[in-house]
Design a protein around this ligand. Structure first.
Ligand code: ZN
Length: 487
């Protein structure tokens, strides 16, 4: 028994994980104590960060320094903490609509400012100086868009450096000559771990610094840190990690920062079932990045074998929000069996603080190589177009009095309303509103069409798909958000 235990502990030591597993578990379990609760959804803005920067700036342990400005004049701030020789630089949201890691950075700052985990924090802050550059593209964040105000993808501007945001990142990297870099992004929720139905909740890349994809010591260390973080994520989201293709992109920041001599890790936050605002993913960012910082401080990542990096499954993009298989679809009097891949696309409301859904059929046919966050086997069910409700209404409020489940059961998916307020873009009940003058086209399902239909068996509707949301008509169950308005 003793020998077995000794062997097990030796094995654990070899992989470099044993010393860190406890802190990881503790970080996960105590997360709520440090979560920055003022940043609770994805569409965060630059002004929301300012009180947090003032709070941390008042703490003697932190230095908050303005290091640049966006095109529209929003300050770019660098928050530094620690007194160690090893410099770690983390930057987030160079793409304005990729905020998950920005939130995680403020959680990490709260953790570092707290009185807890004294021993581990001493280790971290004596060995490292950590620099955070959150929300590198505040103008893009303001509009919840990828590009900056110049219309440029900052991640293709690492060499030409036309954007002030790009210049700032380059200047900060060079002036610190950072040993480690964390390049923090979000990716589409439709990425999956290759040949599995598991979403790529987190994807990693140790970017190449040349076309040959050579592995230098610096890049090798980035790979080791990734292997370390992958092991953490596997604990909380098993199978939900992907590895990005490492083709060299000479214009990208990750590739260049690797080239300039910083061990660079790209982290992409993807999707996680029933986590629209990505708050569970944010927590996984917090836990894995903090654990990575700890392993860099302790230098025990050095024992990790690089070969483990290649074993992480590749990223793929084969997920839909809803996948319907084997539905019978009648076209010109003939029946066909089709699968449908449906995505619920977000449309921002004015001010880019909130959104509604306008769903689309993304693909149809044999989709056997694809997966869904939600799937329905529609074998034996026939697709039918929903009808327009016989009675028409003066105003939208009247429709709110109807019982939508009863309507759907009777085959109605549209209700006619005379006066639809001009500023109304979406409707909260699972029936579409159509204006008096709107002529409903007959159902022809194809890529790009809004997925709205009934699935019938023996002439009776059993399921409804309304704006891409599946509703079980027997139980009324369905994670419905909004229907559309047609004028
Ligand atoms: Zn990005």
């Amino acid at each position: 028994m003793k020998i077995v235990l000794l062997l097990l502990s030796l094995m654990a030591l070899n992989t470099g994980f044993s010393q860190n597993s406890d802190i990881t578990t503790n970080l996960y379990e105590t997360y709520e104590n440090y979560k920055e609760s003022s940043l609770d959804k994805r569409r965060i803005k630059h002004h929301e960060l300012q009180p947090l920067l003032i709070k941390h700036g008042a703490n003697n342990a932190f230095t908050v320094k303005k290091v640049g400005e966006s095109i529209e004049g929003r300050a770019l701030n660098l928050i530094s903490v620690g007194s160690g020789e090893t410099n770690v630089l983390l930057w987030s949201q160079m793409h304005g609509n990729e905020p998950t890691a920005t939130q995680a950075i403020f959680d990490i700052l709260n953790f570092l400012a707290s009185d807890d985990f004294q021993e581990e924090k001493k280790e971290i802050l004596e060995n490292l100086t950590i620099h955070f550059l959150p929300m590198l593209n505040p103008d893009g964040a303001e509009r919840f868009q990828r590009r900056n105000l110049l219309g440029v993808d900052i991640n293709r501007d690492a060499v030409r450096l036309q954007s002030p945001e790009s210049k700032t990142l380059k200047y900060v990297r060079d002036s610190l000559n950072a040993d480690f870099g964390f390049n923090l992004h979000d990716q589409s929720t439709y990425y999956n771990a290759e040949r599995t139905e598991k979403p790529a909740t987190i994807s990693y890349l140790a970017p190449a610094f040349n076309y040959e994809k050579d592995i230098s010591e610096k890049r090798g260390n980035a790979m080791r840190i990734i292997v370390f973080m992958n092991n953490i994520i596997q604990k909380y989201a098993p199978g939900q990690v992907g590895r990005y293709n490492d083709d060299f992109e000479p214009r990208a920041f990750g590739d260049n920062i690797q080239k300039w001599g910083t061990s660079t890790v790209l982290i992409e936050s993807g999707g996680y079932a029933n986590d629209v605002e990505k708050q569970e993913i944010r927590k996984l960012n917090y836990v894995s990045i903090l654990s990575a910082i700890y392993t860099i401080a302790k230098e025990n990542y050095k024992n990790i074998a690089i070969e483990e990096y290649e074993k992480i499954p590749e990223n793929d993009r084969k997920l839909f929000d809803l996948k319907i298989t084997n539905a019978t679809y009648n076209l010109l009097g003939k029946d066909y069996i089709l699968d449908f891949g449906i995505n619920r696309l977000e449309v921002d409301k004015e001010g880019n603080n909130d959104f509604w859904y306008s769903s689309r059929i993304i693909d149809q046919g044999d989709l056997s190589t694809y997966y869904g966050y939600e799937t329905l086997d529609a074998s034996g069910y026939t697709i039918k177009q929903g009808k327009v409700y016989a009675e028409s209404f003066e105003k939208m409020e009247d429709v709110l009095q109807l019982k939508p489940l009863e309507l759907l059961k009777e085959g109605y998916t549209y209700v006619q309303v005379k006066n639809i307020p001009f500023n109304l873009l979406e409707f909260p009940l699972p029936v579409h509103l159509i204006a008096k003058t709107y002529l409903l086209p007959s159902l022809q399902l194809e890529v790009g069409v809004n997925p709205t239909f009934l699935l019938e068996k023996d002439g009776k509707p059993r399921y409804a798909v309304i704006n891409g949301f599946l509703i079980d008509l027997m139980t009324g169950k369905g994670d419905f958000k909004n229907a559309m308005i047609y004028r």
